[in-house]
Design a protein around this ligand. Structure first.
Ligand code: FES
Ligand code: MG
Length: 577
């Protein structure tokens, strides 16, 4: 089983000297026999298991199945933990630590004797964090997602992770649902291991990891507890060993073409706005050019055909049974809408070779392109004097009539201000107003939380109003919906024009034309912006947060740290003893 090409792990394990002794000897305390150090591929299993990341809490079992595959193919599996970004618990937001986790991954990979890596990802930020870190090292890499939870079920009704929380909490405020009834759905929403079962950010990023070619086909949708998820983990473990022999590195998969495929797929699935930030950050690690306008140019005109919440009705379990992502890609490809069918994937085949014979078993879940859920589901990139560096809106989750709207601004200076005033019956607001939330961006909050879909005023909910235009420098959960303008850049706290919007200003949104405008003169805007601070102080003294606030790039740059962009390779570092 000796590898002809000397692998990087032999930089540790291959020496017949005191260094080789030390690297091998300490590993042998785990019971590894001598022959495992003979030059066979050492496969890192990068695990985001954590009981505080409930979506990834089944990953010990997942890792075991990857390990079986690695062993079967003649590799040497070594599992290691990295920082786990749990969306549901982490405050102020899991986005704050996405870059931290990516640094953890990068340094763990480069500093350790591994020749390739399997990334175990699930909950929202774990997918981009691990891909970003791995991209900066560029070893052979394969993604194994944990899979979505089974469909939520409550009193005969199918309920989706997150989406039902947004809907039902507004129903409580509107007086249409009792608080007890609402709270009784907690366990019914999350009734198995896995990530959010809606087309939220976790499912979106799992789909995009598949569309990018970084996972085996069907990785995105197989339910977490389905035995086929474990088969996929096993096969991924076997495949990564072959990828070492083929030297099939991540950079050969994550090409510009792959990102264009992912943008098109994101529109077809009604994917999360968070994808804009994460794909940009991943691309940045490999020097692949990707601009906000690519979402318009590449995605433009792509129908949303996947009828999943929050854009539509169904859930990930239904999606898998309907044919999963391969079915979607087949539909796009058959219609000539897959920009790069020949893009290489981790199994050594092209995206189209993997999907050209895929079937769709339920046209109501994966709809025909001629009968779409939304005729043009591409994420809209907005610009204008209110967002000189861009903003994002998701049309499949918006109210069509509000996509073009002009209204009076009602401004909340931060989230505490919003919380303090939103329930006030005296708040001067009606359904035609534009709700503006400031200082919830990357530096301002910090971490750019998912607060952009701020709940409507109860007095309007009681009147049956269900949507209003909202504008902020925050993000929005992929499970959420509404005519919500997000990621306004530059953010208010970094001196963006959003900081100077005042109550009573008019704001104009034209999503299809890509316009977000504050209706004041250039002179007036310049005057208001004079002397705006651009460099906010961190709210905690020192620590990671201060690094974050100092280094984080704006949303249009993917919110990475400037110093993390680029690939620093996998050369074996200097000796440690
Ligand atoms: Fe983990 Fe939604 S909270 S995927
Ligand atoms: Mg989220």
């Amino acid at each position: 089983m000796t590898e002809q090409r000397r692998l990087r792990s032999q930089g540790w394990f291959g020496g017949r000297d005191k260094h080789g002794f030390m690297y091998r000897s300490w590993m042998k305390n785990q019971g590894f026999p001598e022959h495992q150090f003979d030059g066979r591929p050492v496969i890192g299993i990068c695990n985001t298991f954590s009981e505080l990341t409930p979506c990834n809490a089944h990953f010990r079992k997942l890792a075991e199945h990857v390990r079986r595959g690695v062993l079967e193919a003649g590799g040497f599996p070594v599992e290691f933990p990295v920082f786990s970004n749990g969306e549901s618990n982490l405050r102020p937001t899991a986005m704050l630590t996405r870059n931290l986790a990516s640094m953890d991954v990068e340094e763990a990979l480069r500093g350790n004797p591994v020749d390739a890596v399997v990334l175990l990802v699930g909950c929202d930020k774990t997918t981009p964090a691990l891909l970003m870190g791995a991209a900066s090292v560029d070893l052979p890499t394969i993604v194994v997602s944990g899979g979505p939870m089974l469909s939520g079920r409550h009193r005969g009704q199918q309920i989706g992770s997150g989406t039902m929380v947004w809907q039902w909490s507004e129903d409580v405020k509107a007086g249409n649902l009792s608080l007890d009834e609402f709270l009784s759905a907690e366990a019914s929403q999350s009734r198995s291991a896995g990530s959010c079962n809606t087309m939220g950010t976790a499912s979106t990023m799992a789909c995009l990891a598949e569309a990018l070619g970084t996972s085996l086909p069907h990785n995105a949708a197989i339910p977490a507890v389905d035995s086929r998820r474990y088969v996929l983990a096993h096969l991924s473990g076997a495949r990564i060993v072959e990828m070492v022999h083929e030297d099939l590195r991540l950079s050969k998969v994550l090409t510009r073409e792959a990102f264009e495929n992912a943008i098109r797929v994101c529109a077809a699935i009604g994917g999360s706005t968070n994808a804009v930030i994460h794909l940009k950050a991943i691309a940045g690690r490999l020097g692949v050019p990707l601009e906000l306008e690519d979402w318009t140019e590449v995605g433009h005109g792509t129908p949303t055909i996947v009828d999943l919440q929050p854009s539509g009705r169904l859930l990930m379990e239904d999606f898998y049974y309907a044919g999963g992502l391969p079915g979607v890609i087949r539909r796009l490809g058959d219609d000539g809408r897959l920009p790069h069918p020949d893009a290489l994937t981790v199994n050594g085949k092209s995206l189209w070779q993997n999907t050209e014979r895929s079937e769709v078993y339920d046209d109501s879940c994966i709809r025909e392109l001629t009968d779409p859920l939304v005729p043009d589901g591409s994420l809209r990139i907005l610009r204008g004097n209110l967002a000189p560096k861009g903003a994002v809106l998701k049309p499949s989750a918006a109210t069509p009539e509000l996509m073009k709207h002009r209204g009076r601004a009602v401004v909340f200076s931060d989230y505490d201000d919003y919380l303090a005033r939103i329930d006030d019956p005296e708040l001067d607001i009606d359904e035609n107003c534009v709700m503006v939330l400031q200082n919830v961006g990357p530096k301002g909050y910090p971490g750019m939380p998912e607060l952009g879909n701020m709940g409507l005023p109860p007095k309007l909910l009681e009147r049956g109003i269900t949507d209003m235009v909202r504008v902020s420098d925050a993000r929005m959960s992929g499970t959420a919906y509404g005519t919500v303008v997000l990621h306004v850049a530059p953010e208010a706290a970094a001196g963006g024009p959003l900081a100077v919007v005042r109550d009573g200003d008019e704001i104009e949104l034209d999503a299809d034309a890509g316009v977000l405008r504050l209706c004041v003169s250039d002179e007036e805007l310049a005057e208001r912006m004079e002397g705006l601070p651009t460099d906010p102080a961190p709210q905690l003294p020192g620590g990671y947060q201060s690094l974050y606030v100092r280094e984080v790039l704006q949303a249009d740059e993917g919110c990475d740290f400037g110093f993390l962009r680029g690939c620093r390779g996998s050369a074996v570092p200097k000796l440690s003893h």
